[in-house]
Design a protein around this ligand. Sequence first.
Ligand code: PHE
Length: 345
Amino acid sequence: MSELSWQEAVEHIAQAASLDELKEWRARWVGRHGTITERMKELKALPPEERRARGYELNQAREAILEALAAREATLKDLGEAANLEAERWDLTLPGRQPEVGLLHPLTRVRRRIEDVLLRLGFSLAYGPQVETEWYNFEALNIPPNHPAREMQDSFFVDIPGMVLRTHTSPVQIRAMEQHQGRLPVKIIAPGLTYRRDDDATHVPMFQQVEGLVVDRGISVADLMGTLTAMAQELLGPSTKTRFRSSYFPFTEPSLEMDVTCAVCQGRGCRVCKDTGWVEILGSGLVHPTVLRNGGYDPDQVSGFAFGMGVERIAMRLYGLDDLRLLYQNDLRFLLGFRHQGGLR
Ligand code: PHE
């Protein structure tokens, strides 16, 4: 096995590439069955004068190999440590990395602002399903089958007969009255997603509304106008003025649309308000007697008012947007423009 002289072995050891390789050299030369070890065992068989000289030589060889092993081992360990240090080196002069911080979508902020204002006015939150029965979405609200009002709100019907994606949050009026089981007052707001087959600069097929409903004894149009004007001034600024125009909804009588002075031009006239100084923000009215009855209330004993507004429309007004679709395109250049608009609530 050992065609090498021990001097040659020392040279190889001095150049060993790894600690594993050193281990092999150690076993092969000075291990229990190493070359030198075996030769030493043979010493006993030699005549005394030869034994001394041979023993001396073998000892020298053994020392030299052990020394070479130790020296190379130290060098390899040093090299390994240096390489590790280099690999783990921290460059403390590199610039830091700024973490990306998320922010609430402008529509979420506007919806929460509307909710805040109305909760402070004493309303509570109520919710209903987005996939709604035709009864809650239409019939119970005094919109019979084939009534032209159903075409005003081009519906998405679903595969289950008698079900639609709700076209407004008004079905929650009925659900909330049912839940109150005749107790007074009913004073709820119902924010949520609604769906209509519309898609242009001022309509998207999925949008958000906030519904409001008050039912109590002696509720009048004065309550409606006072409450909604207070809400508009909280939402859009104390100098905001409101005006009410008569309108039509099957579930209210009388029906009123509320306009506010344009927040962009303060009523002077601009592109957003089409130079009228006013913008429409919601539909409202006194709850129709049939609707009260469908919710389990007696229209001879109680009355109520209701309103419904589009959150996107309010956002457009608040931020002076002329294309509602911007709110749904998830374009960071647009969304990040709201970074400085108040807290991240
Ligand atoms: N539901 C009506 C709409 O979506 C708005 C409305 C709500 C009108 C409540 C009157 C009362 O257009």
